[in-house]
Design a protein around this ligand. Sequence first.
Ligand SMILES: Cc1ncc(COP(=O)(O)O)c(C=O)c1O
Length: 395
Amino acid sequence: MQIPITRPYITDREYELVRESLQSGWLVQGPRVKEFEQRMAAFTGARYAVALNSCTSGQMIMSEIIALQPGDQVILPAFTWISTANAVEYKGARPVFCDIDLATFNLDPEDMEKRIGPATRALYPVSLFGLTADMPAVMEIARRYNLRVVEDVACGLGASLNGTHAGLFGQAGVLSFHPRKSITTGEGGMIITNDPEVQQQAMSLREHGADKSDHQRHTSGKPHQMSNYTRPGFNMRMTDLQAAVGVAQYEKLNEILQTKNEMAAQYRDQLADLSWLQLPDIPPGHQHGFQTYCTLFKPHETYQAIEHRDARKLETLHQQRNQVMERLASQGIITRPGTHAVPIQKHYQNKYGYQKMDFPRAYAADRLTIALPFYPTMRPEEKQYLFDQIRKLNL
Ligand SMILES: Cc1ncc(COP(=O)(O)O)c(C=O)c1O
């Protein structure tokens, strides 16, 4: 049996809506993008949603909007996708990392606060794998130190805490629609915000800095009308073809999230007694989006190694984890590490001199997470095969 890490959930509806877009003759950002934005704003409870060609683009746009300057510092978790840091780095500002909580893989607010200094301008919290970060704590820190907050909610669709959707605690949140996410447009992203100023600026920046969109010009009845360009911007637009896929995917979103939550309960049922595997939890007050089902290998030994700052032990466990992943792959089951520790990626290590154990929990997560295959179209026999093969490892 072959079980990939994910499989996009595509039905006839995606083909139908893409065909309609193709037949309409309007392929670039247009009415479908607007519709997708409206649906996503309604779903998340955001006043505004601005669609883009990726989440990374949204993160860069937000760094423009909050006007990061060289010399500024932004604090973000050390265990995240590289773009959270790159969005700071490309402005000439400095990403300052904080460690995470290994129970949730999200940032540790206490450690985040310790990293604040006179140059700190903003916090970029990340809601990883479908679980909202501790945003009440982050917002309290931001309020006390007067900092801007941009949320990386690439993985956060369907995640909420005490009724607020991830991405709507700070000034804005940025979603991703990469195929590993709960719904996909191939590539794609979206800024969600309650701030009209962010919406206006993001709409302009995605469109070269224009004061109106292509679609507005073409439908204005004034063929002579041109945009005016108020600041240098980018082309970071989502196409209507992508948004057609997005709308079709959106129609399945509630079903996808419900299925994923049911699957998570089933995985827990089947695997909770394996002491060598830490499974994801749903802390009180949280609605989990379960973008990824991320586990931690040999949690007891891992926590002990961290306590003793024992990098050698973490390396040994890492080798064992890799063997487990290879054994599963040899049975047709594809797993992946959760994500990576950014400070030890070459650019950041070389430029800022970070060492592996500067952020021991993020480093452990980098070395020891295992994301299991987890997608709504998994058939019962595929899930059973996965459980059987994991149990057969006999660790
Ligand atoms: C936490 C996180 N942030 C940002 C991104 C970037 O998203 P995109 O690929 O849409 O640019 C990802 C994508 O995997 C992610 O997981």
